[in-house]
Design a protein around this ligand. Structure first.
Ligand SMILES: [Mn+2]
Length: 403
């Protein structure tokens, strides 16, 4: 069977900005291309949405985009064995098998948007379960575990204990950080921890494409279809999706043509005054924008070193001068020491590729710690706050406050 792996579409990313359609356009291109390439199944390893409670406008666009797969010619893939009843509507076109990611994860007992899409027959949402699919006598098993907090990932995986089934192609799908890619403290899993016997392990979450083979285990990172964070190393790597052929275990990467070009410039100053620095930045920007682009490129400007005290670099002037040519963002590390210390934590968290949720928990945990809080884990409190249960959150704090 041919499986298109389309990950981290982040529907709704940049909503309200000039990039609000990017996530949908890029996912649409991927889905259409997958259909053209005769994909039998589309596999979505999490972060389909950018947030766990997407606004209605985002949900509507997401459904329209995914329905392209639903309404395409049927691929004759059928459910062989599964623990739940799935409507035949889900299998009326190219079926989508998915897991939720970090951005969609919600507390116990709450419904995440991927699960909601299952209810509307757009896809099958797996979490610590497997589905066996068949087509013309060939069977494959997809074992899926949705995103869980990194520190629990190994325990959840061990408890679930997925085992490959005999006489078929077995895929294990996850959405976690891996030590091989994300720096140690933020990742608790490595390829060595993965159960053996799977033909392929597919992991969402990490936004660049790669394939890693070690000790008879094969890990595929499909990468995201959209640029959400601009890093130097990532700028050269295009976004796309993968096509897997289960007959050969061959994987092919297809870059998307609808994506914006990502540009990265790095400038360092040594005591220049602000206006000289601003001029130099503008010159550098002009030089990299000196070509034609299909869509406005994303340009990351990294500034480091020291600027003469008394004035700051005029970012607004820079943004205004290029607003028709590029979407510019700054990574300015020429700021004063105190501010640097405060944003230090945030930067560290950003580097560790935490989701907004995880960053929220980390900040909350740190603040609670400083306030002398010794109660249960902060994630419970954060989920109460996120759900708007202020009363319950206050009650939770009082109940667990030191007396
Ligand atoms: Mn993601």
């Amino acid at each position: 069977m041919k499986i298109a792996v389309i990950s981290d579409t982040h529907f709704g990313y940049g909503w309200g900005t000039e990039r609000e359609n990017d996530s949908f356009e890029q996912a649409e291109e991927a889905i259409k291309k997958a259909i053209e390439l005769k994909a039998d199944i589309i596999l979505m390893p999490g972060d389909i949405f950018d947030s766990r409670i997407p606004r209605q406008e985002v949900m509507e666009k997401a459904m329209r985009t995914l329905s392209i797969a639903l309404h395409s010619n049927p691929t004759n893939v059928k459910v062989d064995t599964f623990s739940r009843d799935i409507s035949p509507r889900t299998f009326s076109g190219v079926p989508i098998i998915a897991i939720h990611g970090t951005h969609e994860r919600r507390g116990k007992g709450l419904v995440n948007p991927v699960k909601e899409l299952e209810a509307a027959n757009f896809l099958v949402a797996l979490h610590c379960e497997r589905i066996v699919l068949s087509k013309d006598g060939e069977k494959i098993a997809i074992h899926g575990m949705g995103g869980v907090p990194e520190s629990y990932a190994l325990d959840v995986l061990k408890q679930w204990n997925p085992k490959p089934l005999p006489n078929m192609f077995n895929i294990l799908v996850l959405h976690q950080s891996f030590k091989e890619y994300i720096y140690e403290e933020a990742a608790f899993l490595s390829l060595d921890d993965m159960p053996s016997g799977f033909d392929l392990i597919i992991n969402g979450h990490i936004h660049w494409h790669d394939i890693l083979e070690k000790n008879g285990k094969k890990l595929l990172l499909p990468g995201s279809t959209i640029t959400t964070q601009i890093r130097k190393g990532e700028a050269e790597k295009p976004k796309g999706f993968c096509m897997l052929d289960t007959a050969t275990n061959n994987i092919e990467f297809f870059p998307l043509s609808s994506q914006r070009k990502v540009l990265y410039i790095d400038l360092s100053f040594e005591g220049e005054d602000a206006s000289t620095a601003t001029r130099k930045i503008k010159e550098k920007i002009s030089s990299v924008l000196n070509t034609q682009f299909n869509k406005k490129p994303l340009l990351r400007v990294k500034i480091s070193g020291t600027i003469k005290t008394g004035a700051t670099i005029d970012r607004k002037e820079i943004l205004d001068s290029f607003k028709d040519k590029a979407i510019i963002s700054f990574d300015d590390v020429t700021t004063v020491t105190d501010f640097k210390r405060k944003i230090g934590l945030l930067r560290e968290m950003q580097k560790s590729k935490m989701s907004v949720d995880e960053m929220g928990i980390a900040i909350l945990r740190k603040n609670l710690e400083e306030a002398g809080y010794q109660g249960p884990d902060a994630s419970k409190l954060l989920s109460l706050l996120a759900e708007g249960d202020i009363e319950k959150a206050i009650e939770f704090i009082y109940k667990n406050a030191p007396s």
